[in-house]
Design a protein around this ligand. Structure first.
Ligand code: GLN
Length: 549
């Protein structure tokens, strides 16, 4: 019998439900069981593709080209669960599917209602996630907070599943807040209320994950257990971590969360080997001497907008046994910087520079300045998607000599559109101007840096972009020295570039960050951090030589 776990949240949002669900997934996998993870987003948007990173953080892209909530990135980093279109369920999709069926006459004249038609469709979507015969447990995170109007049909579907499949097969994990009030006392009342709310819908939580600034003592756990009907040992203290979210699986394991879940679902598993997580936490807790990497973007204010890039940089550090410290640089401040020295001052104590993906013209000139600084000063530079396009624009301007070179995304009338929509590039009209989404192949050039990093001639990476390096300018730019080191299998599109005579200047049109894991850093991030460490060392010895002279 397949098993299902619903992870809900109470009191308020942003308590880390996604990371809690992903950490549970990791522990269940470490016990030797196979899981699938899915996220329910109760918003009406069909997917996250149209949502602003300012409001909602990064859009996570799957191999099959779904534009999803960033929590899927957490699942990818913590677990081995395959993720795709089916793993992301929104109100918009469910209603669209039901309405389409209604228009096709599939409901045979019946009144189409939230119960049973919407809830049936939700259940079908959940069953589809874990339908593969190998899957033991499907973990479903329900976005939003219990009590929100939007979540009601999803929670009702969860209630029905508990009723229909039985308590031994479906369980409820509820994440709540135990806030600290003035005077330092922790308060259980919001948790009591939130559980009351869940029970009013007909769901009795089996496990409570209590978010608090510090560990709950046993008296407090006993009090919560008493008020909520949850066994004492299943009141788990999800206290704030000191250094990294990757500590959470360890915190949960110490409180036997995995054992409670397995026992509750009648599953047996092997020993839980936590060595990998312990290593990750060890490296990320290092106090001394981090390698400092600048991330130059325009959505810098919101912490989650480059989530996968930030995490992949940490993973690159873990692969090199060094903590990475991120230096977030708003590209617009580079535009305001007066001349090369001011730019140099901003980057004087960073060891590597990364320009991540992005859309729209704001801040682009600052990114071009960052690329120029990195190229001319031998600073390791990693350009991702937009970051590659910026590299091409900068090279065309500074080396080829087209001062006005640009992407038509930022300057539609530029005389030198070195990055453009394919339909604007007369020779490859057939593709049209739609977004390239999801995984596709690239061939890597023998002898290039990227080829040696992947150690494979053909790679599969995910895309999410609309503009391409223009084939009209490709030869000219290559002749000026910029190396095209990766192309699509039909050679029609540029997938990666490399600066000549530079220790580490790589741009990729795809998004390697989506596939990086703390225990298995993406090779490009591992290599980029390695070269940044080497650069820091070179800098340090140059200072020493300078001091001695
Ligand atoms: N805006 C650019 C494009 O659409 C880059 C997109 C990205 O960085 N994801 O091609």
């Amino acid at each position: 019998m397949k098993k299902y776990i619903f992870v809900t949240g109470g009191v308020c949002s942003s308590l880390g439900k996604g990371i809690a669900a992903a950490s549970l997934g990791s522990l269940i996998e470490l016990r030797g069981l196979r899981i699938r993870m899915a996220k329910i987003d109760p918003y009406i948007n069909v997917d996250a593709g149209t949502m602003s990173p300012y409001q909602h953080g990064e859009v996570y892209v799957t191999d099959d080209g779904a534009e999803t909530d960033l929590d899927l990135g957490n699942y990818a980093r913590f677990t081995a669960s395959p993720l795709g279109r089916a793993s992301s369920i929104t109100t918009g999709q469910v209603y669209q599917e039901v309405i389409d069926r209604e228009r096709e006459g599939k409901y045979l004249g019946r009144t189409v209602q939230v119960i049973p038609h919407i809830t049936d469709r939700i259940k079908q979507r959940i069953f589809a996630v874990g339908e593969h015969q190998d899957v033991d447990v499907t973990i479903v995170e329900v976005g939003g907070t219990v009590g929100d109007i939007e979540s009601v049909p999803f929670l009702e579907a969860a209630r029905q599943m508990i009723h229909e499949l039985g308590h031994q097969n479906v369980m409820s994990v509820h994440l709540t807040l135990v806030p600290e009030v003035a005077g330092g006392e922790l308060k259980t009342k919001p948790t009591q209320h939130s559980v009351k709310e869940l029970r009013a819908i007909g769901i009795q939580p089996d496990v409570l994950l209590c978010r608090a600034p510090r560990a709950l003592d046993d008296d407090m756990r006993r009090k919560i257990a008493l008020f909520t009907n949850v066994p004492f040992e299943a009141v788990i203290s999800a206290y704030d971590v000191d250094h990294t979210i990757y500590e959470i699986p360890l915190i949960f394991a110490r409180q036997q969360f995995d054992t409670i879940v397995l026992d509750r679902l009648g599953l047996s598993g092997g020993e839980c080997a936590l060595d990998d997580w312990e290593h990750v936490v060890d490296v990320m807790s290092q106090r001394t001497d981090p390698v400092r990497i600048a991330v130059v973007g325009k959505y810098i204010d919101l912490n989650d907008s480059y989530k996968s890039v930030d995490e992949a940089l940490f993973h690159g550090g873990i692969a090199n046994d060094r903590r990475v410290e991120l230096v977030k640089v708003d590209s617009e401040t580079l535009e305001d910087a007066d001349g090369g020295e001011a730019v140099a001052a901003i980057f004087c104590d960073v060891d590597g520079i990364l320009v991540p993906g992005g859309f729209g013209s704001r801040g682009i000139e600052g990114m071009v300045r960052a690329a120029r600084y990195a190229r001319t000063n031998g600073v390791p530079y990693f350009g991702i998607c937009l970051g590659l396009q910026v590299m091409v624009i900068e090279y065309a301007r500074s080396v080829v000599g087209y001062q006005d070179a640009n992407s038509t995304e930022f300057e539609p009338d530029t005389a030198h559109p070195v990055v453009a929509l394919l339909e604007e590039q007369v020779d490859v009209r057939k593709y049209g101007g739609t977004m390239r989404l999801g995984a596709s192949e690239s061939n890597l050039l023998a002898g290039s840096l990227i080829r040696s990093i992947y150690d494979e001639p053909v790679i599969m990476e995910r895309h999410r972009h609309r503009y391409e390096v223009s084939n009209r300018y490709r030869r000219e730019i290559e002749e000026a020295g910029l190396m095209v080191t990766g192309v699509t299998p039909d050679h029609s599109l540029v997938e990666s570039v490399q600066w000549p005579d530079h220790p580490w200047g790589i741009g990729v049109q795809f998004h390697p960050e989506f596939k990086s894991k703390p225990v298995e850093a993406h090779p490009l991030f591992a290599a980029f951090v390695e070269s940044s460490i080497a650069h820091a060392r070179r800098d340090a010895s140059a200072v020493r030589v300078g001091a001695g002279a």
